[in-house]
Design a protein around this ligand. Structure first.
Ligand SMILES: [Zn+2]
Length: 235
């Protein structure tokens, strides 16, 4: 009996190599209050509106200045700024003592004034296979999340070449977490998963391009590589 190809094995197992899980909760508000409405009320667009002169301000007829990248709502600018934050977060994650055997995650979100910020670095469990993110505890509104970076550490996901390659990508559970975040109001045209693969490379996976990357297989295209030496633009 012939041996199954790697691709056939992956189809049968349904991605057995990609069991890592990002658990996003906002207890108690997630279920009890209608999560989306609650958080939308909480978020103020005040700073952003001011940049475009919505509050009056004595018409000199001049164009309002472009906001700094950290306050921009232009999709390309937000993407570039998120790349910078992901690069910075990757350096921090790689400095964690458990980097090789634990997952670490950092969220990027708009705070109450409309500024895109990074969360603290969140450590996963000793098993290496999941990170739990409690948005309520972090004070982060799910609908304001623009992206997140997390690691698939070599010490957990490199037991075979195929496993190491597959885990360059977001797992199916990672995409499910993105679905959850978007259902809570995050912009699907903006949200990006950044993965630090078992090979140590940082790659970006746009939610808007998910069909290219999900399901994760050895044959799945890699996301674009992001430099790990980017510095965030002044904010
Ligand atoms: Zn993952």
């Amino acid at each position: 009996m012939r041996e199954l190809s790697q691709q056939e094995l992956e189809l049968i197992t349904g991605g057995v190599y990609t069991l890592d899980t990002i658990v996003v909760t906002a207890s108690p508000y997630w279920g009890d209050f209608g999560f989306t409405d609650f958080w939308h009320d909480w978020w103020s667009y005040e700073v952003y509106d001011d940049y475009y002169g919505d509050n009056g301000g004595g018409g000199g007829g001049e164009d309002p200045p472009a906001p700094p990248p950290c306050q921009s709502h232009d999709a390309a600018t937000v993407d570039a700024y998120s790349d910078q934050l992901a690069s910075q977060a990757t350096r921090d994650i790689k400095n964690q003592p458990g980097y090789n055997n634990r997952e670490y995650a950092v969220l990027f979100y708009r705070d109450g004034t409309g500024v895109i910020r990074s969360s603290p670095t969140i450590a996963g469990g000793n098993s290496g296979e999941s990170v739990s993110i409690d948005l309520q505890a972090l004070g982060i509104a799910a609908g304001t999340i623009v992206g997140m970076v997390h690691s698939h550490p070599a010490g957990v996901y490199s037991t075979s070449t195929a496993e190491a390659i597959i885990n360059r990508h977001p797992s199916s559970n990672d995409w499910a977490a993105a679905d959850q975040i978007i259902a809570a109001g995050a912009d699907p045209s903006v949200f990006t998963h950044y993965i630090i693969g078992p090979d140590g490379t940082l790659r970006e996976y746009d939610y808007s391009n998910r069909s290219t990357y999900d399901p994760p297989r050895t044959s799945t295209p890699n996301g674009g590589t992001i430099s790990q030496s980017l510095q965030p633009d002044p904010c």
